[in-house]
Design a protein around this ligand. Structure first.
Ligand SMILES: *[C@@H]1O[C@H](CO)[C@@H](O)[C@H](O)[C@H]1NC(C)=O
Ligand SMILES: *[C@@H]1O[C@H](CO)[C@@H](O)[C@H](O)[C@H]1NC(C)=O
Ligand SMILES: *[C@@H]1O[C@H](CO)[C@@H](O)[C@H](O)[C@H]1NC(C)=O
Ligand SMILES: *[C@@H]1O[C@H](CO)[C@@H](O)[C@H](O)[C@H]1NC(C)=O
Ligand SMILES: *[C@@H]1O[C@H](CO)[C@@H](O)[C@H](O)[C@H]1NC(C)=O
Ligand SMILES: *[C@@H]1O[C@H](CO)[C@@H](O)[C@H](O)[C@H]1NC(C)=O
Ligand SMILES: [Cu+2]
Length: 571
């Protein structure tokens, strides 16, 4: 099947929205409610010479796009018609006073089990831009994802010249195996995950893969016009480079916040990141490759290294035009990844929290635990016959059996503790001073521990990558809040030499902490609830690279979490 998205149809689906904008302006209403029904179901899909059952929403892959406007209410009823547990997370949506609808399984809700439904109900308060939704349980998000596009309010222009058209580009990783079973097997084995069978662009691997010469996403463009591409990395375990043959493009938004325009030839997107870029059809009429390939900063990691390809096709190009190839950086080009980050700035001067009230330092990295199994051949396939794990401040997160938010709200004892340490047990050379007695000296402690903040606490958080097994860029994602990325660097964080940008740092929800380095973020904890903080590389999260923080209710009006919804799933 050939997937095309020619200019006219992509404009057509905007017409109802434009009509609505008109109605709303006339009626003088400030926001609307958008209703969706998500049927979680299995679907047969042919990719890479094989037909498999995958889990998707409403029989679409990628799943349906949600389109709304700033301040709208979104109501999505999710009905689970598969044998698998599911939940949906609205990635980047702050869920102000609606933590119950955030979606991470066993953090804010129990899974929606086979046959059950749950209605998510939240507003897009003061948020606009490119977001996405994805399953937040097991590895279901390998196929359960789609875009969530929030337009500015009626009459509010973009801070750049209005693009002629727009397209959403979702980067993904595709497995031929049942991903829920695959995750289980990998975790049982103690070893690393297998590489994905393919990278995909809008669900299509493209011509570099066997049997895929027709499975290509194509954008048809009019010469001379400027297009807005909404890039979303929905990948599971890999960070990715993205580039377009012969075309430079300009970043204007990152993680749903406008940025100062930054023109580049390529970007690196970590899983969980979104970026809006403008590209102008200013090259010779022809056909150009759009490519997605691996960024792997860790050592000795097996990964998929065939790039996914889509086409940028000029209208008027001859049918058999030669496709111009796109040149991706080498998989380990740390500088290419850093260069983009170096140029990201908020569009305007921003109000970065000063007078920090909670100053945290969190180490992030991989551990190797001792085997402790009578069956090491099957269960201890990690380095030196150990079992791979991951941790924050040396605590490997243990997934609870209940929803922590429910346990917290209903004061149920015994499911979690509130003693997650704000600093590591001991400071040392985290990057280079790794113990070499694996697995004896590389064990992690286990726990389901939270940090508790008073409402309104001004937080500074330093993430420090450790080199226990290998240093690696980790994409840290925070739920319920965006944060200013005020600084980052390589090596161990040093307060005396670290440089912070308190003027116009980017405001993000996912930060790729540099390989063997650190990143500093600031935000105000102003959203009551229990919020997951985790590496968005799914295997790392599954190994325990996560924690959670609780924001207590405030004292004023609109500072308290409402009661749980009546249909909240039970464990
Ligand atoms: C969604 O939440 C709003 C605000 O709490 C409430 O008024 C409305 O009834 C809810 N709608 C549904 C369908 O649950
Ligand atoms: C295509 O198939 C050949 C032969 O089976 C195999 O060697 C090669 O690795 C495959 N290429 C990709 C990109 O999967
Ligand atoms: C890419 O994969 C091929 C096999 O598919 C392998 O021969 C090659 O060494 C890999 N390259 C890198 C840089 O991993
Ligand atoms: C991590 O915790 C384990 C288990 O308590 C301990 O043995 C190990 O020394 C700790 N490692 C570090 C770096 O703190
Ligand atoms: C943490 O849990 C893992 C898996 O259950 C176990 O192998 C390991 O020994 C535990 N670590 C400690 C320090 O108890
Ligand atoms: C689905 O979720 C329920 C509730 O937490 C749990 O008891 C059950 O084991 C889960 N099923 C699977 C296959 O994970
Ligand atoms: Cu997320």
């Amino acid at each position: 099947m050939k997937m095309t998205n020619p200019a006219i149809p992509s404009f057509l689906h905007l017409i109802p929205l434009l009509f609505l904008l008109h109605v709303m302006t006339v009626a003088g209403r400030s926001s609307a409610t958008r209703f969706y029904h998500f049927k979680v179901q299995t679907m047969r899909l042919t990719r890479l010479c094989q037909t498999n059952e995958i889990v998707t929403i409403n029989g679409k892959f990628p799943g349906p796009a949600i389109r709304a406007q700033e301040d709208d209410r979104v109501i999505v009823t999710v009905t689970n018609r598969t044998p698998y547990n599911t939940t949906i997370h609205w990635h980047g949506v702050k869920q102000k006073l609606s933590c119950w609808y955030d979606g991470p399984s066993y953090i804010t809700q129990c899974p929606i089990q086979s046959g059950q439904s749950f209605t998510y109900n939240f507003t897009l308060t003061q948020q606009k831009g490119t977001f996405f939704w994805h399953a937040h349980v097991s590895w279901l998000r390998a196929t359960v994802y789609g875009s969530l596009v929030v337009y500015p309010k009626a009459g509010v222009p973009y801070p750049f010249k209005k693009p002629f058209m727009e397209n959403t580009i979702i980067l993904g990783e595709y497995w031929l195996k049942d991903v829920v079973q695959l995750q289980q097997h990998v975790l049982e084995s103690g070893g690393p995950p297998p590489p994905a069978d393919a990278f995909t662009i809008n669900g299509q691997p493209g011509p570099n893969y066997n049997c895929s010469s027709n499975d290509v996403y194509e954008i048809k463009i009019v010469p001379g016009k400027t297009y807005l591409l909404r890039l979303i990395n929905a990948g599971i375990n890999m960070e990715s480079f993205f580039t377009i043959a012969n075309h430079r493009f300009t970043i204007v938004e990152a993680d749903g916040e406008y940025t100062k325009p930054l023109t580049t030839e390529r970007v690196m997107l970590v899983p969980g990141q979104t970026m809006n870029v403008l590209v102008t059809a200013d090259q010779a009429i022809g056909k150009y490759s759009i490519a997605m390939g691996p960024y792997e900063s860790g050592k000795n990691i097996k990964f998929q290294n065939t790039s996914a390809i889509a086409y940028l096709q000029y209208l008027g190009a001859l049918p058999n035009t030669l496709t111009l190839p796109a040149k991706l950086p080498d998989f380990n080009d740390n500088l290419a990844a850093k260069n983009v980050m170096d140029g990201l700035r908020s569009l305007n001067t921003v109000d970065v929290p000063k007078d920090i009230e909670a100053n945290l330092f969190i180490t992030i990295g991989i551990n190797v635990n001792k085997c402790n199994s009578e069956n090491p051949k099957d269960k201890c396939q990690g380095p030196k016959n150990g079992r791979l794990a991951a941790s924050m401040n040396n605590i490997s997160f243990v997934e609870p059996k209940v929803s922590i938010l429910e346990a917290y709200y209903k004061k149920l004892d015994g499911y979690f503790t509130t003693d997650f340490p704000g600093v590591p047990e001991k400071f040392s050379d985290f990057v280079n001073g790794a113990p070499n007695n694996i697995p004896n000296d590389t064990q992690a402690a286990n726990g389901t521990r939270a940090i508790v903040f008073e409402y309104g606490t001004k937080i500074q958080l330093i993430f420090q990558n450790t080199g226990t097994l290998t240093t690696e860029n980790h994409p840290i994602h925070i739920h319920g809040h965006s944060f200013y990325v005020i600084g980052y660097g390589t090596g161990n964080y040093d307060q005396r030499t670290a440089q912070f940008n308190l003027e116009d740092p980017p405001y993000m929800n996912t930060i790729g902490v540099p390989v063997g380095g650190w990143a500093a973020i600031r935000f105000v904890a102003d959203n009551p609830g229990v919020w997951f903080l985790h590496c968005h590389i799914d295997i790392h999260q599954s190994w325990g690279l996560s924690t959670m923080f609780i924001v207590k209710n405030g004292k004023k009006e609109l500072e308290s979490l409402p009661q749980p919804p009546a249909d909240l799933p039970k464990c």
